[in-house]
Each structure stands twice: as C-alpha cells, then as structure tokens.
Write a protein that binds this ligand. Structure first.
Ligand code: NAD
Ligand code: 44H
Length: 486
C-alpha cells in the first residue's frame, strides 16, 4: 500500500516569510545553494526576503511557487547527505512576468538585484567589451525602443539584461533611489562586466537612463563558489524517503561554500559575513584563484574528459591523463597567483578532494556549455601570462586544443557562437591549422593573431583522443605537456 507523504510548503514547515528586499534574476540551482543559503544563515534573515525570477522558462518558478518558495538543500559530502529546508526565497516568478519585475525593482524596500544568468547572457564580445549588436541584445533594444514598458504586453524585453534595464527605468521613474546590482556569475570582474552591459543597453535605449544608472546603481563584484550539479529524479526520491515529505525541487551541493564580495550596497544588505561571506577591497586575486584553478580545471576536464569517454568530473579526475593535464595547468596558473593569504597549495589540495567526490555527479556536458565565453576567462589569461614570461603555456593551450577536438565531434552545441563554430568547423577541414585558427579566433583574436599559439594548439589537438575501441589511449606525459613551464 502506497503511503501518501505530505508536500513541502509553509504550512508543513512554517518558516518566516521575510519582506522582499532582494530581487534575483536566474532562478537556477546555484542561486538556491548559495546566495539563498547565505541569506537564510545571516542573523538578520527575517528582514531579507528574495523574489527570484527564472530566465528562459517558467517551470522552476511554477514548481517552487507551489511550495511557497521552500525547497530542500541536500548537502552531499563524500560519505553522507544532510538535509535543510531553505525559506529565504519568498516569491518565485516566471521571468517573462516583466511587469512584476518592474514593480519589485521599483519598490523603495528593494535594496539589490542579484544575478546568476550565466556568462553568455552578458553580451560579451570576444575582446571583453559589451556587444550591443549581438542577437539577444539587438532584439531587446528594438523591443525597448518600440515597446510599451512593463505592462506585459508586446514590446517587453526577453533577455535578463533587457528586463533589468527596463526595471531600472521603472525604479528611476518611481524615485526609489539607489540600489546595488550584484553579479554572481563566473566572470572575471563580474561587477564591471555587469556595469558595462547594463549601462551599454541603457545608453543605446535612453542616454538619460544611463546617466541615472551611473549615479544611482552600484555594481558589486563577487567571487562565488559551491559546486552545484543539476538535480536528478533520484534526489527527489531521496528527499521523500529520508525527510518524509514531497519536494519537487530539491537542490544538491557540496559542503564547501565560499563568497567573496567587493563593492557598495547603498540600500543595505544582509549581514552575509556572519554566515561566512568575506568582504574585501581588492577581489581580483581571489577571483583569479577561483576562476583559473577551479573553473579552468573544470573546463579542461569537461573537454578532455569527454574526449576520453568520461561523464562526470570525478570520473575524469581518476584518469591519469586528465589528472596530469589538470596538474600541468595548475602549475602554470599558480605561477601567476601571488599573495600569502591565497594559500595555493592548500587550495589545490582541497580542489583534488572536492573534484574527487564521486557522490556529486557533476556532468562534464553541463560544464562544457558556452565554451567560447568561458575559455576567454579560464584559459586565455594563464596562457598570456605564461607567454609573457617566455614560456610556452602548453598546459593552458591543451585546454583550447581539447575544446577544438570536442567541438569537432559535436552535432549540436550550446554556445552563443554555435553558428560560427559550426562554420569554422565545416569551412576549413578537420585537422588543419586554418580550422584551429578560425576556432581560436572565436575565443579571442589575441589567440588567432599569434601564429606560435596557433601552431602550439594545433600540435596538441588529437593528443587526448580515445581509441575507437572504447579503451582510452595513454599518451605519454611529455607528449601531453610539451614545454611545461619551460
Ligand atoms: N552550478 C554551479 O556549481 C555554479 C557555481 C558558481 C557559479 N555559478 C554561476 O551560476 C550560473 C547559473 O548556474 P546554475 O547552476 O544555477 O544554472 P541553471 O541552469 O540551474 O540556472 C540558470 C538560470 O539562468 C537562466 N538562464 C540561463 N541562460 C540564460 C540566458 N542566456 N538568458 C537568460 N536566462 C538564462 C536559466 O533559465 C535559469 O533560470 C552559472 O552560469 C555560473 O555563472 C554556478
Ligand atoms: O557554472 P558554469 O557554467 O560557469 O561553470 C561550470 C562549473 O565550472 C561551475 O559551475 C563550478 O562548479 C562552480 O563555479 C563551482 O563554484
């Protein structure tokens, strides 16, 4: 006989419903394991409710709204799971409801807008500037120019940036004063990137709005860290079994968590530092450590690992070829991470343990998405730094070579430049350096304009491939990492 378990909501778990003071764009897994967790664990949590908007689809908002915003955080270590109900999201909204977004952003009580909208959503050109002519941005600018504002009828923008700019216009019109925009995406200088994107959109639409944003909106930079894979059906079943209630939307994360912030909050913020966040003046060293060592290694494993037949980060790390490639990349990156309080050897050791957690099924295919944007921040800075010291940068170049081999094998790709990748793949033949140069140019002209880099990457292409028998080949170490720190 089936035993009916109750559904999770605020009747079953009467957590306080805090007043909305934070608006979030990008209601995905990571926001729920990270910023919502820090907010719940702040001593003033009762004053800080979050209204979170989805990006592309309403599904996550519909599911969460049915649970009054509550969900279970499954903290998954190497040997056990623990469970906590998070209640800081008090309203979950379909991102297409731009009218509600404008209403909330223009409310005087709202102190900040936080973002986890993915790297690709910031409209970055290959030189790191904001590209207002990219498809999404140009479309939204046309909608803003001809639109009807936040009424929900035709003309409302479809990208998170376009929606945010419209909502900021509503805040200005309401006279509700300054607020902070806090990017929590894995981008270097994410505050500055967000500023360029928001001001760039506003300038192209209404220059006076851009001027208002310049005076009233603070763009906070953050370095965010907590490995958060996609939730599976097995996770949903586990919560029902272990917690005795039904939760359609649990989220899984590792026990480790880190949040470094730098910038002003003119309308206030929760006391996140009392929940473990760190506020600094100079975020760059922390950001580089995280983006290069963690995310760089993730991207390397994503491409190298899949080429070698692996599915998850932990599986790939057990392959000596992948492991050695990661260590070689880390050696290169570490040479450019200075500062005693960065504790690089300890950080690397901790990463080996975090990546090796086999109970976290972090899929390489998820990490592999949007490669052109991510490699620009994960491979390029280390490669450039190595070459400026007269070394080859082969450890970072291997990440680019693995990406090139990977995109050559894929029928469909998630990348803002997917069409251009397909063209570069098709037009220039599979193995030649012309194809390598064309693909590198999509990551950055800085790479394709340097013939030495093109030949280095071309020479590394193919070195990680798996034999067609399904068994992995084991290239020798010198073959894998020519010129390592030489
Ligand atoms: N998952 C992690 O471990 C992790 C850790 C640190 C930082 N992050 C950052 O958070 C971001 C989101 O990660 P997640 O795990 O929550 O992903 P997710 O897929 O669970 O959620 C992403 C959210 O953003 C929306 N979105 C995605 N692309 C968009 C686009 N181009 N335009 C508009 N909306 C878009 C989605 O609809 C969804 O609401 C990452 O891209 C990364 O920058 C993630
Ligand atoms: O989330 P993305 O797509 O930026 O990158 C994939 C992973 O590298 C990333 O999610 C890490 O797991 C995360 O940054 C750990 O804090």
């Amino acid at each position: 006989m089936d035993i009916q378990v109750p559904a999770l909501d605020r009747t079953l778990r009467p957590l306080p419903t805090a007043p909305i003071r934070i608006v979030h764009l990008g209601l995905g897994a990571f926001h729920r394991s990270h910023q919502a967790w820090y907010t719940q664990h702040s001593p003033d949590a009762a004053d800080w409710g979050i209204a979170a908007f989805t990006g592309r689809r309403p599904d996550a908002a519909t599911a969460l709204a049915a649970q009054d915003g509550l969900y279970t955080l499954i903290e998954r270590s190497g040997n056990e799971d623990t469970f906590e109900v998070i209640g800081s999201i008090v309203e979950a909204v379909d991102g297409a409801d731009v009218g509600r977004l404008c209403e909330l952003v223009s409310a005087p009580a709202t102190a900040m807008v936080t973002l986890t909208i993915t790297e690709a959503a910031y409209g970055l050109a290959s030189d790191g500037t904001f590209d207002r002519s990219s498809a999404g941005m140009a479309g939204d600018l046309a909608l803003l120019a001809g639109g009807t504002g936040g009424t929900g009828t035709g003309g409302t923008p479809t990208t998170p940036l376009g929606r945010l700019v419209l909502a900021l216009a509503a805040r200005r019109d309401a006279g509700s004063g300054p607020l902070a925009v806090v990017s929590c995406d894995n981008l270097s200088g994410n505050g500055e990137v967000a500023r360029r994107a928001v001001v760039g959109m506003a300038e192209a639409w209404k220059p006076d709005l851009a001027a208002w944003i310049g005076k009233n909106v603070s763009f906070v930079s953050t370095s965010v860290d907590r490995i958060t894979p996609r939730t599976t059906e097995a996770d949903v079943a586990e919560v029902e079994d272990r917690c005795g209630y039904r939760d359609s939307s649990p989220v899984v994360a590792e026990p480790f968590s880190d949040w470094v912030l730098s910038g002003d909050f003119p309308a206030g913020r929760p006391r996140w530092e009392e929940a473990g966040a760190v506020v600094v003046d100079d975020i760059e060293p922390y950001e580089n450590r995280k983006l290069w060592l963690l995310n760089g290694a993730h991207s390397l494993l994503a491409y190298a690992g899949q080429l070698r037949g692996h599915t998850t980060v932990a599986e790939a790390l057990e392959d000596p070829v992948c492991r050695e490639a990661v260590e070689a990349f880390w050696d290169e990156a570490s040479a450019h991470l200075q500062g005693e309080d960065l504790h690089i050897p300890e950080y690397r050791e901790a990463l080996r343990g975090r990546f090796g957690n086999r109970r976290i099924a972090h899929h390489l295919s998820q990490i592999a998405a949007d490669g052109t944007t991510k490699l620009r921040m994960r491979a390029l800075p280390v490669l450039a730094a190595e070459r400026s010291r007269g070394r080859s940068g082969a450890g970072s170049a291997l990440m680019l070579a693995a990406w090139i081999d990977y995109v050559g094998q894929q029928d469909s790709l998630q990348d803002p430049l997917a069409t251009a990748i397909r063209k570069a793949n098709d037009s220039a033949g599979p193995a030649g350096s012309a194809r390598v140069a064309a693909l590198l140019g999509l990551v950055s002209p800085q790479l394709s304009d340097d013939p030495e880099i093109v030949s280095l990457v071309a020479a590394l292409c193919g070195t990680l491939a798996t034999e067609t028998t399904g068994r992995t080949s084991t290239p020798s170490a010198p073959h894998l990492i020519p010129g390592r720190n030489s």
